[in-house]
Structure formats: C-alpha cells, structure tokens
Design a protein around this ligand. Structure first.
Ligand code: AMP
Ligand code: FE
Ligand code: FE
Ligand code: ZN
Length: 276
C-alpha cells in the first residue's frame, strides 16, 4: 500500500519540525512515501543523510521555489532533483543569502513602523534556516507585539501590508530549466492559490511538467478542475499537505492528508523514470 505526501516543510525553511522528526512522525503516521520540499533550500535533505529512520520510508528529494509573475507570486516544486547538483546549489545559496539580507531590511522597516526589532532577534528564531516571513512573525509574537502569527501577517506581512519586503526570485522559465538541469521534474504548487487560471495556463505554456492537484486548500471543485486540466495537457499529477506544523492550519499532523494511491503510484513511476 502507498500512503504518500509530496509537499512537506521542515526547520530548514519555515516548517516547525526538524527533518529527522518529520521522518519519525511520517513513519509513525503510516506514510510510506514523502517529499521534503523546503523553500529555496535542500539543507533538510542533507540533514537526513545519516538518519537511520529515513530507511523506513521513501524520501523524495524536493524543493519549492518562489517566482514572480506580473500580478502574483507563483510557487514551483522540483522533485527528484540531485541535491548535490552544483548549479542548483549555487543558485540556492544566492536565494538563501538574499533571504538573510531581506531579514535585515524587514527588521528596519518594521522598526520604523513602530515595532522595534533587531535583525538578530529574527535570525535567532530562524536558526540557520532559509529565513522568511513566518520567522519574522514568530519573533514579533515572542516580543509581545502581537497575539498570533496570523495577526502579524494581517497587520504587517501580507503582500499588501506595510511591512512586506520582496526578495530575489528567479523567473518561472529559469526555475523550470534549473530543475530539469538538476535531473528533476517541475510541478506548479497549489494552483488554486494562484488565484488566476490565466497564469496557470501561462505556466503550462512555459513548460511546467506537472500540477499539484491535491492540496488542503483546494476544495472538491478546484481539485476536479485541476485534475481535468492536468489530464487534458498530459501533465504529471501531484499532491501534498504543504505541512508546516503551524497550529490552526490543516493538517495539524502528518498523515491526516495523503494523495490517492493511483496518483501517488503514477507520480513515483515518473520520478523514477526521470532517473533512468
Ligand atoms: P516568504 O517566502 O518569506 O515571503 O514567506 C512566505 C511563507 O509564509 C509561505 O510559504 C507560508 O508558509 C507563510 N505564510 C503566508 N501567509 C501566512 C499566514 N497568514 N500565516 C502563517 N504563515 C503564512
Ligand atoms: Fe512556507
Ligand atoms: Fe507554496
Ligand atoms: Zn509549500
């Protein structure tokens, strides 16, 4: 039996559970196949190289890139990548460094907005991760300025709020090409959250290999729509929980969300094939 979740974050980016603990919890939850898909880093995969628990299930190497489209931010997942691929690692280093520089810019901006905070206080929360807005939000909650991470996003950090600071992103073409060079396949993450199906169509024309059809924030209608779209274009079909271990955000625990078995099987066949 296959029980698969192909979209999971760890403490290497903005997830709250370390890579070895993710593996432990996945095994305990009965998952047989997982993909680690941190934002802009493969550090979580490297951390599993000497993890004995990782032998008890299949861990597919993944990564999630953010890209800019004219009207929105689009996330692209890469699966089956070689985490040692030199151009991939060089590019990830650039992205991660810019995320660190952005933390400094955010600390300055948020301080000016009346919530004094030091870059170091945010970096202490991020602990070496590819730092992002969730780390900033957590640091602000820890300082007592806000009651919850959600409140910080609503007040300061959402795209249209005053504390938002952009970070360096590659274009969709560049991301798709880099994933391919690194031996992987590209999948448009949570197309239902893009909020504009013309952009989704544009990504298909740009050459994306697959669509993340199954996602906790897709309702039945969205799932059916993207399933049909993927089938009509002969695209790879994927899915996952987008787990960050944030309380109040489904799923609260690994294993509460998994991909239909026939879909998982076809996905795994394709990932394995791209390695032959
Ligand atoms: P960044 O890539 O640093 O701009 O941060 C984006 C990340 O913030 C996303 O991957 C989500 O995991 C997280 N995020 C976005 N909105 C919220 C929210 N309202 N509450 C908690 N996390 C959020
Ligand atoms: Fe995230
Ligand atoms: Fe995403
Ligand atoms: Zn994600």
């Amino acid at each position: 039996m296959i029980q698969a979740d192909f979209h999971i974050h760890t403490t290497a980016s903005d997830g709250r559970i370390s890579p070895p603990d993710i593996v432990l919890q996945a095994v305990q939850a009965g998952l047989t196949h997982i993909a680690i898909t941190d934002h802009d880093t493969v550090d979580g995969l490297l951390a599993l190289e000497n993890c004995s628990q990782a032998a008890e299930l299949t861990v597919i190497p993944g990564v999630e890139f953010s890209t800019d489209m004219p009207d929105c931010e689009i996330h692209i997942l890469g699966y089956g990548i070689d985490s040692k691929h030199v151009p991939l690692r060089q590019q990830l280093a650039l992205l991660k460094n810019d995320r660190l520089a952005r933390i400094r810019r955010m600390a300055m901006k948020i301080t000016e907005l009346g919530y004094p905070i030091d870059e170091g206080e945010i970096l202490a929360v991020a602990k070496g991760a590819a730092a992002g807005r969730p780390h900033v939000a957590t640091a602000l909650v820890e300082k007592g300025y806000f009651a919850s991470v959600a409140e910080v996003f609503q007040t300061l950090l959402n795209y249209d709020k005053p504390g938002y600071v952009p970070h360096y992103k590659m274009t969709p073409d560049e991301v798709i090409a880099l994933i391919r060079q690194a031996g992987g396949v590209s999948v448009l993450a949570h197309p239902g959250l893009v909020g504009n199906d013309q952009q989704v169509q544009q990504m298909i024309e740009t050459g994306i290999d697959g669509l993340e059809v199954y996602h906790p924030q897709h309702d039945g209608a969205a799932t059916a729509k993207y399933l049909a779209l993927a089938q009509n274009h002969g695209l790879l079909i994927s899915g996952g929980s987008d787990y960050h271990a944030i309380s109040g955000r489904f799923p609260e625990k690994l294993g509460e969300f998994s991909v239909p078995e026939s879909i998982a099987k076809a996905f795994l066949d394709r990932i394995n094939r791209s390695h032959e």
